[in-house]
Design a protein around this ligand. Structure first.
Ligand SMILES: [Zn+2]
Length: 472
């Protein structure tokens, strides 16, 4: 059996794969600075016979690994690399950082990356052994957390020719996504004024902070008159040094989100006009620094069904006594209100229980309700250029907050390891289905065309914009 070759490969390499994931977990490098992680992944897959292009799309840590076995479909597997600031944590069920304040894998991207890496090689093994034509492309995607990596990869046409793309995200259930996410723009506004003594000669001062405050006031009035589902948030990053100096410079950082890309644009343009208005009121000037933007997700339901079928075929992992004990201990640190959040009582009876079962009915619910998650992801941009699905496997207990030390802890121990192996088999199995069953791939493509409904992907980032290689 074709898939057996892939699954045997994964079982045979189990220790090595866990080792790679744990190494990435230890490295815990933040977006666009994932030098060691990128090298670890790229070197390994190169040794397995893939052709490597490193430093693609103006990002030193991005890479594409390609293996071709003659004519056939091209399947793209996406693996993420980046960790999060301040989430360093040992693999223990209580808060204990490895290094206080250091980054940690609080979103499980060590597993995310390793899944794609290993699934790509497992697919290659099966295709070689069974003489199946086709191409496997593994994408080393940096800076997901800052919504950069895949937006630039798509901008540089690196997904051209990919017939379908798969992504795995560690989560708290075994399911494939069919909901959507918010499209977004991220940008900073730099205001410039003129300094003066705040008490001595304020009449000579032009306060850049006034402009920031007036702008944000304006935006807060705008809220009443935009679509309800839009989300606009900001932080004042710099507001001046001390009260007795009129701030000659101030800076505010904005996100504008909405369920559809075309809904982001008018709100964004309105915010820009409000910034102009703030200049008029405060007599300042300003500069817009556009950081990144992304689309809303077009999750492919056909791919979701194939993924769940593969999950069933592989069989979701169960957890032993030590893992349940770990989970129970860890759950003490989770706030009761968080524990309840998002849980449907009928499906999820115990928040302190690990989720072993497949909750594939959630897929149907999301599909029926047209659910739009409030967050944003750069997987969405891929979903506008090729049929795409991101699925989740149980890496953490119910109620675990996203981006938390609890998440980091679980991604570095056996609950995370089991999730990795399960996800790798699921991804490889799905990829092989798409290569060997043209009818399925065709269905996914027909659905994709329907989702686009004649609309075209226009990159949200300007042509000449380089990825922000320093942190923002
Ligand atoms: Zn993530």
């Amino acid at each position: 059996m074709i898939k057996e070759s892939a699954f045997n490969f994964i079982d045979g390499k189990r220790k090595e794969l866990i080792g790679i994931s744990d190494k990435a977990w230890e490295y815990a490098e933040v977006g666009l600075l994932e030098t060691k992680t990128s090298k670890l992944f790229a070197d390994w897959i190169e040794k397995q016979g893939f052709k490597l292009e490193r430093g693609v799309a103006d990002m030193p840590t991005a890479f594409v690994a390609t293996w071709n076995n003659g004519p056939g479909p091209t399947i793209g597997l996406m693996g993420e690399l980046d960790a999060l600031q301040g989430l360093s944590q040992k693999a223990v069920p209580y808060k204990e950082p490895i290094k206080e304040g250091a980054p940690g894998h609080g979103c499980g991207h060590n597993i995310h990356g390793t899944t794609a890496l290993a699934a790509a090689v497992a697919m290659k093994t099966a295709m070689e052994e069974n003489k199946i034509g086709g191409t496997v492309k593994m994408f080393g995607c940096p800076a997901e957390e800052t919504l950069v990596g895949k937006v630039w990869l798509v901008r540089h046409n690196l997904f051209n020719g990919v017939d379908a793309a798969l992504s795995h995200h560690p989560g708290n259930s075994n399911t494939a996504g069919t909901g959507s996410s918010n499209a977004m723009n991220s940008f900073k506004v730099h205001f410039y004024g003129r300094t003066a003594h705040s008490a001595g000669d304020p009449e000579n001062g032009i306060s850049a902070l006034d402009a920031v405050e007036l702008m944000s006031n304006g935006v807060n009035f705008m809220r009443e008159h935009i679509i309800e589902k839009a989300r606009v948030h900001y932080v004042t990053e710099y507001g001046g040094g001390q009260p007795n100096v009129v701030p000659a410079y101030a800076r505010v950082w904005y996100y504008v989100r909405a369920p559809e890309r075309e809904q982001v644009e008018p709100i964004y343009n309105w915010v820009l006009q409000i910034a102009d208005g703030a200049d008029k009121m405060a007599r300042t000037t300003h500069k817009i620094e556009f950081l990144t933007g992304c689309y809303n997700d077009l999750s492919n339901k056909t791919l979701a069904d194939i993924i769940v079928a593969n999950m069933r075929e592989v069989g979701a992992p169960t957890h032993d006594e030590a893992e349940i004990k770990f989970a129970k201990e860890l759950s003490k640190s989770i706030d009761p209100t968080q524990k309840k959040e998002g849980l449907r009582k009928s499906e999820r009876p115990g928040w302190d229980k690990l989720v072993d079962e497949l909750f594939d009915d959630r897929i149907l619910d999301d599909y029926r309700n047209g659910k739009v998650g409030a967050g944003s992801t750069d997987v969405s941009d891929v979903s506008w250029v090729t049929p795409t699905n991101e699925f989740s496997t149980t890496t953490c207990i119910l109620g675990t907050p996203g981006h938390s030390w609890q998440f980091t802890a679980q991604g570095g121990m056996s609950i995370g390891h089991k999730s990795l192996i399960f996800a790798t088999k699921t991804m490889a199995g799905t990829g092989l289905d798409l290569i060997t069953k043209p009818k399925l791939l065709k269905e996914a493509k027909t659905e994709f065309k329907k989702q686009l409904a004649g609309r075209k992907y226009n990159s949200p980032i300007p042509l000449d914009l380089k990825p922000p290689l320093k942190q923002f």
